[in-house]
Unconditional design. Structure first.
Lengths: 540, 245
């Protein structure tokens, strides 16, 4: 959110600067000649100064050496003026140079009359060469300007397309487009959707209500012409125009022209419209519309998924809480406790409800992993506590199996997210109970193997075929052998291996073959933990 | 008779809680909203409050804070969040313990019992805490296991004392670290090692701890024998054997 606000502020600032520029432009006199003169005053003075400088230098040199090719020296101001300020001032420099040469250097001196025909030819030649040279220089100059502008445009477009590529959702994309249009138009531009929720329900873009209403009206009537609206409160004029659906599929654009302009509004509006046509054409080429549509779809999918996850979590687990809780009370009631048949029925209900709860948890976990990934919070954990926690979690599931523990006393602490690892180990226990006969042994062991702590669950169950072993841990994988007999979603082991991988560990399966049992192991990395501080901290 | 106030907006959950508590001799008051719950708690003196966190009119944690502003009545929180940070936050706000939905009535009763006992101890000043074969005299600082005296280092005793003062209830890692090392000197790694050392002295089988029980991501709990027998064991008890190398 903060980046959007920053962007907003930046946009506002830019808009403010641009508006100030506009105000200066408008302050100038309207008459064309005066306008032209005002715009060229400094270059004109500079051109005359150059000619003056050339004359002074020549006068100075002529005291020491007789000068022959005076006119050549006046080429310098001509070339400089033409390259710097264009053809017009090049011509001015040529004429001024010719006049100065005649006045100061061609006899009779200090008069515009020329006595020697040779000097007349000289001067005419100078003027011809100067005009051609200034024309060439000016053309070169304008080509440089054009190519510079093109380079700047390409850079801007490149930055824009890169900006588009980093946008994650339609909201960001729309802000990027707004930024681009604001730059291209040199005025603040805001995109207005017909339905505001498409933008994520933003009402803080600073567009006056009246402008927004006009935009919606234009969208509704599909009007092709632009419309200028002056906001009575801020006295700012906005230009509103519908954007054709094949360009953005978006609605309308409002361009802030600045303070109420009076007669100048129309010219400014026309200018902006021309620029807008160019800019929207660029957007069309860049397929911005498609990008925004895709991003909007993604945004809605995400909202739906979140709603579904939240809904499933509450709506399904809440009745399960009642069912499991009620079963636990029923089980303690003397009437049920003393009636074997009733008791076993209550137990069946509780078992099934517990199973359902487990499946829902898997579903929620899987959705969360897909949507957000796993972000483990690593802390020092005793593997003994992980084993105890997982056993407690699956106590009921393991009730009809023979559980044995083979725990090494010297297993080092591990630096993991204990909750994730506990859930993963719980899943291995769940699978062992699910795929091995009632009454068979399930052996849990923990040991240190080099720089890894290994937690294993060994069962006497249905084992693994080579094919099953290869696909184990893939999302939604279920073996054909168990498709009918044992219920499950195939998510459990995938979740477990994802959780373990996020903790820097790995999950592996061993089996001598079908019906020969399975050993599933979690390998967790050991980080060197013994420090002198540790010994100090434990001493009294 | 012990009076328990159940604040939960779901009628089905209130119904089984009433049945469960009444079966064990409690008198039950029910409240459907936070407002009704707070009113009931101020009007009638209750011994225990069961508070659901998802109430329609007010955040559960807000209700907890309001209760704690004038009363230290034991409060057990019912939470659907498996979010450990949330649990730690609630414990910090003054909840005596939490139970994550779905749960069995025995688990809730065990937590409730522990909270009531702690509350009673603070008023009766009974110095001896028992957990299975372990007995801790909080005044004379004497610890015995099946009648035999256990020698503990000062830090081991501080850890055991921290747990025993809240016997049956979860104590957060941070709280224990603060009590043992004070200030910022301790960390969870030290605590884990210290727990391991203490378990070797007081647990019958340190690789399958029955008394000093870890609550993943939250803290530790001194599980008292009576409670341990009922927690999670209302249907069947797993047959377990141990084979320690």
């Amino acid at each position: 959110m903060s980046t959007l606000q920053e962007r907003r502020t930046l946009l506002d600032l830019t808009a403010g600067l641009l508006n100030n520029d506009g105000a200066q432009e408008r302050a100038r006199p309207d008459t064309l000649w005066l306008n032209l003169l005002a715009a060229n005053a400094i270059p004109l003075v500079a051109t005359f100064a150059l000619v003056w400088l050339a004359t002074i230098s020549l006068v100075f040199v002529s005291y020491f050496v007789p000068l022959n090719l005076v006119s050549l020296a006046y080429m310098l101001p001509v070339v400089v003026a033409a390259t710097q300020w264009g053809l017009g001032l090049g011509v001015v420099a040529a004429v001024a140079g010719a006049a100065a040469a005649d006045f100061f250097f061609y006899p009779p001196l200090y008069s515009l009359v020329i006595r020697d025909p040779q000097n007349v030819v000289d001067l005419i030649l100078f003027l011809l060469v100067a005009l051609v040279a200034s024309n060439l220089a000016a053309r070169l100059k304008s080509e440089v300007v054009v190519s510079n502008r093109r380079e700047a445009e390409i850079k801007e477009l490149h930055a824009f397309s890169q900006g588009l590529a980093t946008c994650l959702n339609s909201r960001d994309l729309i802000f990027a487009v707004q930024d681009y249009l604001s730059n291209a138009l040199r005025h603040r531009a805001v995109l207005i959707a017909k339905v505001q929720e498409d933008l994520g329900g933003d009402e803080t873009d600073g567009v006056p209500a009246q402008v927004r209403r006009e935009a919606v009206k234009l969208i509704d009537t599909n009007a092709l012409r632009a419309s200028a609206v002056t906001d009575p409160r801020s006295r700012k004029t906005w230009l509103v125009r519908v954007i054709l659906p094949d360009i953005l599929g978006y609605g309308a654009i409002a361009v802030e022209l600045g303070d109420a302009l009076g007669e100048g509004t129309e010219t400014a509006a026309q200018h902006i419209e021309t620029l807008l046509d160019e800019a929207t054409l660029t957007l069309k080429h860049l397929k911005v519309k498609e990008a925004i549509e895709q991003a909007t779809i993604n945004y809605r999918t995400e909202i739906l998924r979140d709603a579904l996850v939240g809904g499933v979590s509450h709506e399904l687990r809440s009745p399960l809480t009642s069912i499991l809780g009620s079963c636990s009370v029923l089980n303690q009631m003397p009437a049920i406790a003393n009636d074997g048949q009733a008791k076993s029925l209550v137990e069946a209900v509780a078992d099934q409800a517990g199973q359902l709860d487990n499946e829902i948890r898997d579903l929620l976990n899987a959705t969360r992993i897909t949507a957000k990934g796993v972000h483990p919070q690593l802390t020092w954990t005793d593997p003994t506590d992980i084993v105890s926690g997982a056993l407690k979690q699956k106590e009921r599931r393991l009730a009809s199996h023979w559980v044995t523990l083979d725990v090494a006393r010297d297993v080092p602490l591990v630096h993991v997210d204990s909750i994730l690892v506990e859930q993963a180990l719980g899943q291995l226990l769940e699978n062992a109970a699910k795929y091995s006969p009632i009454g068979s042994e399930i052996k849990i062991s923990s040991r240190c193997d080099g720089d890894h702590v290994v937690l294993s669950v060994q069962d006497q169950g249905s084992g693994l075929t080579p094919d099953e072993k290869q696909h184990l841990g893939k999302r939604s994988f279920r073996s054909d052998r168990h498709a009918l007999g044992v219920c499950g979603s195939g998510l459990g082991l995938w979740i477990a291996s994802t959780f373990i991988a996020a903790n820097g560990g790995s999950l592996c399966a061993e089996s001598a073959g079908p019906n020969l049992g399975t050993t599933m192991s979690l390998r967790l990395p050991v980080v060197l933990a013994d420090t002198p501080e540790l010994a100090d901290a434990l001493n009294d | 008779m012990t009076k328990v106030l159940v604040i939960d907006d779901e009628a089905q959950i209130r119904r089984f809680l009433r049945a469960g508590f009444e079966l064990h001799g409690f008198t039950v008051l029910e409240a459907e909203t936070a407002a009704a719950g707070l009113k009931a708690a101020t009007m009638t003196p209750v011994d225990l409050i069961i508070l659901d966190l998802n109430l329609p009119d007010l955040e559960g944690s807000e209700v907890l804070e309001r209760i704690r502003s004038w009363s230290n009545v034991p409060v057990i929180v019912l939470s659907i969040h498996a979010d450990e940070h949330e649990k730690v936050r609630l414990l910090k706000l003054g909840a005596d313990d939490y139970v994550v939905k779905p749960f069995g009535i025995s688990e809730l009763l065990a937590r409730g019992d522990a909270a009531l006992r702690r509350h009673l101890r603070s008023t009766n000043r009974d110095p001896v805490v028992r957990a299975g074969p372990l007995s801790i005299d909080l005044v004379s600082r004497m610890v015995t296991l099946s009648g035999k005296r256990v020698q503990l280092t000062r830090k081991e005793y501080a850890l055991l004392h921290g747990l025993a003062a809240h016997a049956g209830l979860v104590v957060t890692h941070q709280q224990l670290i603060r009590e043992i090392w004070g200030g910022h000197a301790g960390n969870i790694q030290y605590l884990r090692i210290l727990v391991r050392k203490l378990r070797q002295k007081v647990e019958v089988d340190p690789t399958r701890p029955a008394m000093i029980v870890s609550e993943s991501g939250v803290g530790y709990r001194l599980d008292q024998g009576a409670a341990a027998n009922t927690v999670g064991g209302e249907f069947r008890t797993a047959r377990m054997t141990h084979n320690v190398r």
